[in-house]
Design a protein around this ligand. Structure first.
Ligand code: FAD
Length: 427
């Protein structure tokens, strides 16, 4: 597999963003609301607060803004949750599922509006997303299209095999569904754009400020970092799959699950031998490929689900192989970037947001489908923090069941293998 001599664990996103540096917390600060974790969940909570007039917000990240899943993901901005639509409907009934799905679509719209409002230059391509059928069985797409329309009130356009073949030059697919209002963007530029808007709106952002302890301090909390502390009336924990040991009651309710991404060299006209669309693409398997064209005619390719992160060469090797299964005409393409990222999954695969009995707030468990839902969580948490907890009740049924620690991780890997095997047998 050809790869660039420069291949390192640095992501394409990191290499292609102008880095604004926010200071490490080095004082004893005081604020109304302290948010831990500057991924999309923490950023969305902060900006939602600021948009509602609460400027007394401090956002802390152990590393840098967007260091976690939010600054490394596939960049798909689309409706829905990690829990599939049918499972969602089975869990809460048609009416509630319809409402919850609509909330996720509203979040996609909120992101679109924020890009415009804060003039965030994040390579957004408003070109939709294809769900391409990996299996030679039209009933699968027909049934999904019907379900989306009749149950959730959402129109996904049916793309015939021939229509799809004109846009994706691959023998692998058998038609698609097209989500027209979905789009894709450079997630790290978006994350940093929101951080800038938070600071411009009066909030404070601190990078390289890992929280080591959260302790009750009278009616407030003391959030302790290596070089400083924040006294806050309210604290929100948004650490996703990177929470480690910060708060065991929350850490034990998620599994950190890895997925991988690579970016090719600029392909020039060669890109069009594979893709003649600006849209992003994923497929109907459990562990699907997800990919999209980038500026400079590069191709971003993501896939796989695993319980472990891998280094760049191994990620590049795996994904290069996956890419050639779909587009053998790209053989010989050089891989310039490859990286891993951690998602956080609750046992039920739905976002976890709310308030612990001791008063600490949390937003996590967005899994592999988190760009929209983190934005939605930010809105709901901000409203809750400002005294309107009504919307939180919509997610209350998905609590914090234990994911079983190391044994849970192993079980998850077995489940992934089982589903991958099932898809492989079905091919
Ligand atoms: C490779 C990859 C591809 C994906 N593709 C897509 C996609 O295309 N579309 C989609 O919708 N979703 C996708 N997802 C999922 C989506 O990115 C996540 O669900 C979402 O970004 C989670 O955001 P978050 O804020 O909860 O967590 P994160 O973005 O992981 O942020 C958590 C932050 O907390 C910080 N932190 C942790 N501990 C501490 C501490 N002690 N003190 C201070 N800070 C701390 C971390 O440094 C980190 O910045 C993908 C995920 C991955 C990993």
């Amino acid at each position: 597999m050809p790869h660039s001599a420069l291949l390192s664990d640095e992501s394409y996103y990191h290499a292609s963003v102008a880095t604004e540096i926010y200071p490490t917390l080095q004082e004893n600060a005081e604020t109304a609301i302290c948010i831990i974790g500057a991924g999309f969940a923490g950023l969305a909570t902060a900006i939602s607060l600021i948009e509602r007039g609460e400027r007394n917000v401090v956002l802390l990240d152990a590393e840098t803004v967007g260091h976690g899943a939010s600054g490394r993901n596939g960049g798909f901005v689309f409706g829905g949750y990690s829990l599939g639509e049918r499972d969602l409907s089975a869990a809460v009934g048609v009416e509630n599922a319809r409402n919850l799905y609509q909330l996720s679509l509203d979040a996609v719209e909120t992101i679109r509006q924020r890009i415009a409002k804060y003039q965030i230059d994040c390579d957004a391509r408003y070109a939709g997303v294809y769900l391409a059928n990996w299996f030679d069985d039209d009933r699968l797409l027909d049934a999904q299209q019907r379900f989306m329309r009749d149950t959730l009130g959402v129109e996904w356009q049916r793309i015939s095999r021939q229509q799809l073949a004109e846009r994706l030059h691959s023998q692998r697919y058998f038609g698609a569904l097209f989500e027209e209002n979905a789009f894709h963007f450079h997630p790290l530029k978006y994350a940093r754009g929101i951080a800038k808007a938070i600071v411009a709106g009066g909030g404070r952002v601190h990078e390289r400020s890992r929280v080591t302890q959260i302790v009750a301090d009278g009616a407030s909390w003391r959030v302790v970092t290596a070089q400083g502390a924040v006294k806050a009336r309210e604290v929100v924990i948004c650490c996703g799959g990177y929470i480690e040991k910060l708060y065991p009651a929350l850490a034990s309710a998620i599994l950190p699950i890895a997925t991988y991404v690579m970016v090719t060299e600029p392909l020039g006209e060669r890109l069009q031998t594979a893709l003649q669309t600006d849209a992003a693409v994923y497929d109907t398997r459990f562990a699907f490929d997800y990919y999209r064209p980038l500026p400079e005619s590069r191709l971003l390719w993501g896939g796989r689900i695993s319980i472990r992160e891998r280094g760049a060469p191994e990620v590049a090797r795996l994904l290069y192989g996956d890419m050639l299964k779909v587009y053998p005409q790209l053989a010989g393409t050089q891989v310039d970037y490859a990286w891993s990222g951690l998602m956080s999954y609750g046992r039920h695969k739905m976002p976890q947001m709310g308030k612990l009995p001791n008063g600490l707030w949390y937003g996590m468990g967005f899994g592999g489908h988190g760009v929209g839902p983190t934005t939605l969580a930010g809105e709901i948490l901000a409203r809750g923090l400002l005294g309107d907890a009504a919307a939180l009740s919509k997610f209350a049924q998905w609590g914090l069941p234990s994911t079983g620690g190391a044994a849970g991780l192993l079980a998850a890997q077995m489940v992934y293998w089982y589903y991958e095997l099932r898809d492989w047998l079905r091919e």
